[in-house]
Design a protein around this ligand. Structure first.
Ligand code: G3I
Length: 333
């Protein structure tokens, strides 16, 4: 039985996972699971600004380099995550910058990191989570937006393209899959961001759809999702699911019930996603339930304290119904 990467390859797609590179170095179990299932890796946090630049102007690429070496040694692809975001900013960065400072600091960071990994990273999440339906003009009022308005987005992509002309450059966003209350605004704003980059001739190659799914929370409308995917593809962009997991925090305690509901939702979303020819692959935000970030935060963990069953492998590395639903979605694509 091939791993998920083998199932994905049958329809010319990739399957990958986020990893914390210290785990790979120290953890033979995780290393075995990654090599069995994945064809692409992305650092869960090792290439983020707060980890790379612990002090102003200095960069410690050790963690990301360790992951890049592992990927190269095992002929796995590597994604970079993420260059410009409102979170994971180093504590020494001021909370407010004027336009000139923001542009200089942001472009210097993008240049330093994208140049360092040029030739090793196939694609970058250049800008992450810029949309906020309640924010100014539908954008999150981040450090960057407050200093530069919407212009920070094309500026970030242009800086990344200068530093690494070969990498595929993605805009990465969440809550684009199911019908959350502000779904239409989120999708429209995402399309507007991508359309502007295209119109201004700024290099952009794809949309990252995070797919942090929440079982039992929002309705899922396959037709609406398919039409959104087609609209992105019509901009001559690729589509990648970049961070899939399925929170089961709202479901009753029964593991069998949780596994079945989680698998059904993921199967539905992936079936729609993989119907789109420009869909290039699926990345999960971890492989086994041992690793999921969903247990880390009070806002995301289950109220009964049970560990979530959000990823394809259980805590012992066994394949769950979610794994089967993913394999079937790839096979049917
Ligand atoms: O900061 C320390 C670092 O100094 C230390 O070396 C390392 C090892 O102990 O731990 C680091 O701690 C935490 C790190 O995760 C590892 O657990 C950080 O404090 C913590 O903020 C970080 O949280 C990550 C979060 O992004 C912020 O970077 C989560 O693991 C990660 O799952 C989450 O991922 C985000 C995506 O980037 C964007 N989309 C949403 C997704 C979930 O929030």
């Amino acid at each position: 039985e091939p791993g998920l990467a083998g199932h994905a390859a049958r329809s010319g797609r990739v399957f990958g996972t986020a990893v914390r590179s210290p785990d790979l170095t120290w953890n033979a179990t995780l290393r075995g699971e990654v090599l069995r299932e994945a064809g692409l890796l992305v650092p869960e946090y090792e290439m983020k600004w707060d980890i790379l630049a612990k002090t102003p102007g200095t960069y410690d690429f050790t963690g990301g380099d360790r992951l890049a070496s592992f990927a190269e040694a095992h002929r796995l692809g590597l994604r970079g995550h993420t260059l410009v975001w409102h979170l994971a900013l180093p504590p020494w960065l001021p909370g407010t910058l004027d336009a000139g400072e923001a542009r200089r600091v942001m472009e210097a960071h993008v240049a330093a990191v994208a140049a360092h990994y040029a030739g090793r990273v196939q694609s970058w999440d250049v800008v992450n989570e810029a949309v906020d339906p309640q924010g100014p003009d539908g954008l999150r009022a981040s450090l960057w937006q407050r200093a530069l308005g919407a212009d920070y987005i094309p500026l970030a992509f242009a800086a990344a393209a200068r530093a690494d002309p070969k990498a595929k450059l993605y805009y990465n966003e969440y809550d684009l899959e199911c019908d959350t209350p502000d779904q239409d605004v989120r999708r429209a704003k995402t399309l507007e961001i991508l359309t502007r980059l295209r119109r201004e001739g700024v290099p952009v190659h794809g949309l990252g759809i995070q797919a942090h799914l929440q079982a039992g929370r929002w309705p899922y409308d396959a037709g609406k999702f398919a039409r959104f995917l087609a609209a992105v593809a019509a901009l001559d962009l690729d589509l990648l699911i970049t961070e899939m997991d399925v929170s089961d925090r709202l479901l009753p305690a029964s593991e069998a019930r949780r596994d079945a509901t989680v698998a059904a939702l993921a199967g539905d979303v992936l079936t729609t996603f993989l119907t789109e020819p420009r869909a290039v692959g699926v990345v999960t935000w971890g492989l086994s339930d041992r690793q999921t970030w969903l247990n880390d935060l009070p806002t995301h963990r289950r109220t009964d304290g049970l560990p979530q069953r959000a990823l394809p492998l259980d805590r012992d590395g066994g394949r769950k119904p979610l794994w089967t639903a993913m394999a079937r979605a790839f096979d049917g694509a």
